[in-house]
Design a protein around this ligand. Sequence first.
Ligand code: UT7
Length: 325
Amino acid sequence: MSRYSRITGTGSFLPPKRVTNAELATQLAANGIETSDEWIVERTGIRARHFAEPDVGSSELGVHAARRALEAAGRQPSDIDLIIVATSTPDMVFPSTATILQNKLGIAGCPAFDVQAVCSGFVYALTVADAMIRTGTASRALVIGSEVFSRILDWTDRTTCVLFGDGAGAVVLEASDTPGLLASDLHADGKHVEILCVPGGVSGGKVHGNPLLRMDGQAVFKLAVGVLDQAARAVLKKAERTEADIDWLIPHQANIRIMQGTARKLKLPADKLVVTVDQHGNTSAASIPLALDVAVRSGKVRQGDTVMLEGVGGGFTWGAVLLDF
Ligand code: UT7
């Protein structure tokens, strides 16, 4: 009998502090940075985002999301035998956010590690967990995307600081006799490192370079539309499905224009596109599991639905996962 993986529970968590575009514009204006609700909504679809308090890191947001996913799956932390956290904003340089989160869950022993693929992190992490489950290395995994991008934003750069937010999403992925994850398609092209990066690090006890996010928005936009379409078509082909089989498209939530463009290329009606970017902003690796959980809890995504997840981001990295929920 073949061994597959299937999502058995989803969860998410947003830090309580919610900041609307108008509130952000007022805060930025105090420092001489001009922006407006109108510009942000028109160019991105974002209306609000959440920010974590300074002492709250990715492991803390992630553990709340993980507990909710475990509850939805009817599982205890002790049932978990693999933890993967997708994040580009880890609590520490090391150890991994996954080990810190494991300890917060009160468990020990199972493998726990981070995946760093920026906004594609969740589709990368889900693919790794699926492979480990199918080969028998794990049976019940927690796959989490968690970010505190507010820590790496340059508040003097209006082209980036209005775009991002903090949050976490999680799924429990379990071994199954019937396929949940149908196919996955992952890519990276390191020649585009500079269009989206945090070009800094630590060395000799000091910060070297610039530890704040830099993005050439237009270059990212152009690349994103093309590669997302390629990845979507590749997973459909691998899974021997067609666009007509997709019940829900859950792309990385960065910009409503990119998301709608992707849906149009797949000839999907607008109501099959799950949108949370308006309320969450871009939460990088957390955006897809956050959107999935919102769609599940609102009754949109139901058991048996076919769902396309698509990530794209720094690296340049991109990929898609097709699954039966
Ligand atoms: O998470 C990884 C994936 N990331 C993405 O997918 C992001 C992809 N890129 C984008 O979403 C868009 O390129 C942005 C939202 C970042 C920018 O939108 P755009 O339509 O490409 O705007 P632009 O960069 O061409 O800027 C247009 C104008 C400029 O003014 P001028 O030169 O035309 O006078 C900017 O200075 O808008 C100005 N501008 C702003 N104005 C008010 C840029 N940021 C702001 C702002 N408020 N926050």
